[in-house]
Design a protein around this ligand. Structure first.
Ligand code: HEC
Length: 188
């Protein structure tokens, strides 16, 4: 099925090999108030771009896999946060198991489980991981939490064996993005 590509194609740039300062502090790399405030700005930008909120645009959802839900919509765009413009990837995760594209399209809000987002921040934010900021929102734009009660926003979960960064680290091309590679492969 078709995936809608908004804006320029994602360029897989190497984030540079600078040493990370933030990760050396011994603080949790995600879920701080600052991360939450930044995530709120991304949600605001998404709402203004009609990628979230009451006037959000829809495309035909495609079949997904764990952990992102059974039906997905994914949008590639760019957004400006605090004056910095970076790549924005928005994925809407629909369920439950067995739901059809038709059912999702007839009532998207009733089937939306979560919205997972990657935003490529300014150089130096997280050079180990190509400066991606990771967020998992609930359908109303508030932040989802992990079982320890930590908000899923920021470098989720840097240094851990599971989570956004660990799993996306296995994406082909080394850019932490799965879909762009697939999409590029099918665009002949
Ligand atoms: C266990 C592996 C795994 C984990 C954990 C995971 N993802 Fe993904 N993610 C994937 C796969 C596989 C895809 C591509 C699936 C698809 O859309 O068809 C994907 C796709 C995405 C995309 C669309 C861009 C892309 O890479 O194709 C976003 C955005 C995203 N994930 C965000 C997140 C966020 C945020 C988290 C953490 C809260 C997270 N993911 C955790 C495996 C994972």
């Amino acid at each position: 099925m078709k995936k809608l590509l908004l804006g320029a194609a994602l360029i897989a740039g190497m984030g540079g090999m600078m040493t990370s300062v933030a990760s050396a502090q011994g603080m949790a790399p995600f879920g701080s108030e600052e991360d939450a405030a930044y995530a709120a700005k991304i949600w605001q930008a998404m709402t203004e771009m009609n990628l979230a909120g009451a006037s959000q645009i829809h495309v035909t959802p495609y079949e997904g896999t764990d952990p992102h839900g059974m039906m997905l919509e994914t949008f590639f765009a760019s957004a400006t946060i605090d004056g910095y413009t970076g790549d924005l990837i928005v994925k809407r995760n629909y369920g439950p198991v067995g739901v059809s594209a038709e059912e999702v399209m007839s009532d998207p809000a009733a089937h939306l489980g979560a919205v997972t987002v990657m935003f490529r921040r300014e150089a130096g934010y997280d050079p180990d991981n190509q400066n991606w900021f990771w967020v998992k929102y609930l359908p109303d734009g508030t932040l989802d939490k992990n079982p320890k009660g930590m908000m899923l926003a920021g470098m989720v979960a840097k240094g851990a064996e599971v989570g956004c960064i660990a799993c996306h680290g296995g994406a082909p091309g080394g850019d932490y993005v799965f879909l762009a590679d697939n999409t590029a492969a099918t665009m002949e």
